[in-house]
Design a binder for this molecule. Structure first.
Ligand code: ADP
Length: 432
């Protein structure tokens, strides 16, 4: 599924980039060809104007064949051009009012006779026109201009060999195409890499989600099986009273409690994942909250014979969500009771340190081994699966506690020694 997604992502990015690149290249090509076209046309127009401006002198020369001196005329025209026309492969011819050819300046043997048709058109319509023609595989740009400067009438026709222009444009086209192909390849590699990078967090959260669903269903199946087995046992005893089957019913009942705790925690985690948990930000006396939370467990402590040591500094005020912080305190205290043998010790201390409230909850319980300590904040992680399940553990408490602490911009850490005890330290910013 993710491979398909990556391919799709790469393809769409690539298509967008290639379209953009093609658009850019076409613009460059089009702009260049327009520029060449415009400058060539204006050169032809400019040249034609100069020829026409000197028209009367030229005609005088033509009209008197004896005085016809081609060199003289050519020099006259050459002097008029600011650009050397031979470099531009430019040639021109001049026709008089009878459309007789009176002058030829034919550069590189341009086949001007092929372009006579434009001369007639221009003369007939009394206008200037540009045309493109191809003779013997050579392309020409032809500018044919009718003129009537009062004294003289005629047509001047200029030709420009477009070979160099075509060559430049073809070369540009090939270079741009090559650029598109090479960059497409490079972009494909980059897009593939970036697609992989962007999909990675989605993949991780998808896998986590899958793991979470698998773990949750597994955790829910266990109490359900226990409930079913106990109720089966009670139902088998057709004639027995409720009192006689109390043990089976008690077992089933305590499992429903485990289940409801589990469902509650699962819902909480689902809300956390969906960013649906809104935290209040009220100022509160954290000392008071710690004290009251421990008091709520007084009965449990008493039953287990665990002694309580409270060392709470007065007036530690923090800002946060009271319910959630109480939940975090309950998780840590409940764990301390669960994982401490009867007649053990529990201690809670709270003190201000610089701008932090430092809370420590310790027990003299079973402790956590080094290999487990890294993972106890992971969802569904239980160090000793069978034992801790018997204690009613779901493996979700500490991950919720960690989320609560961190969403209050605090930190939580643990120090433990097997068979000696465990200390959880929570640091929260205090209200200054
Ligand atoms: P659970 O519901 O199983 O207690 P938690 O997330 O609260 O889930 O704790 C995860 C695991 O961390 C527990 O199963 C237990 O192995 C270990 N643990 C937590 N607190 C203590 C403690 N005070 N002493 C020893 N082990 C603890």
């Amino acid at each position: 599924m993710f491979r398909k997604l990556r391919i799709r992502f790469t393809c769409s990015t690539l298509v967008i980039l290639v379209v953009f690149l093609s658009f850019l290249s076409s613009t460059v090509y089009f702009a260049t060809s327009q520029l060449i076209d415009r400058s060539s046309k204006s050169l032809l127009e400019e040249t034609a104007k100069r020829i026409i401006a000197s028209e009367s002198n030229l005609f005088d020369d033509y009209m008197h064949p004896k005085l016809f001196d081609e060199k003289k005329i050519t020099d006259k025209i050459k002097g008029m051009f600011s650009v050397n026309d031979s470099k531009l492969r430019l040639g021109y011819v001049i026709y008089d009012q009878m459309l007789d050819l009176v002058y030829v300046k034919n550069n590189d043997d341009i086949p001007f006779s092929e372009f006579e048709k434009y001369v007639f058109d221009s003369y007939e319509n009394r206008e200037a026109m540009f045309s493109l023609d191809k003779i013997d595989d050579v392309e020409y740009r032809i500018y044919t201009r009718f003129f009537n400067n009062g004294a003289k009438t005629g047509v001047v026709q200029l030709y420009q060999d477009r070979s160099m222009e075509v060559f430049i444009l073809e070369h540009l086209k090939h270079s741009l195409l090559f650029l598109i192909v090479v960059s497409s390849f490079i972009l494909a590699v980059i897009s593939w890499y970036l697609a992989g990078k962007s999909i990675k967090p989605v993949m991780e959260s998808w896998n986590k989600q899958k793991e979470f669903i698998a773990d949750a269903s597994h955790e829910l199946r266990t109490p359900l099986t226990v409930i079913q087995t106990n109720l089966d046992a009670a139902m088998c005893d057709d004639s027995g009273t409720i009192g006689e089957n109390r043990m089976w019913l008690d077992n089933a009942y305590s499992e429903t409690e485990v289940m409801s705790k589990l469902v509650e925690e699962l819902l909480m985690l689902a809300k956390i994942d969906a960013n649906q948990v809104t935290l209040r930000s009220d100022d509160m006396d954290f000392t008071n909250i710690c004290s009251r939370t421990v008091d709520k467990f007084a009965e449990k402590f008493k039953i287990r014979g665990i002694s309580i040591h409270k060392n709470l500094e007065e007036g530690v005020v923090i800002s946060g969500d009271q319910l959630k912080l109480t939940q975090m305190l309950s998780i840590l205290t409940d764990n301390a009771i669960k994982y401490t043998d009867d007649s053990g010790e529990y201690s809670i201390s709270l003190k201000k340190e610089k701008n932090k409230a430092v809370l420590e909850i310790s027990d003299s319980g079973v402790g956590i081994s080094e290999e487990d300590i890294e993972r106890i904040f992971d969802r569904f992680y239980r160090a000793d699966k069978s034992r801790h399940r018997e204690e009613g553990g779901t493996g979700l408490g500490l991950s919720i506690a960690k989320w609560i602490v961190e969403s209050h911009r605090g930190t939580i850490s643990v120090v433990s020694k097997v068979n000696e005890g465990t200390t959880f330290t929570v640091e929260l910013p205090i209200k200054s």
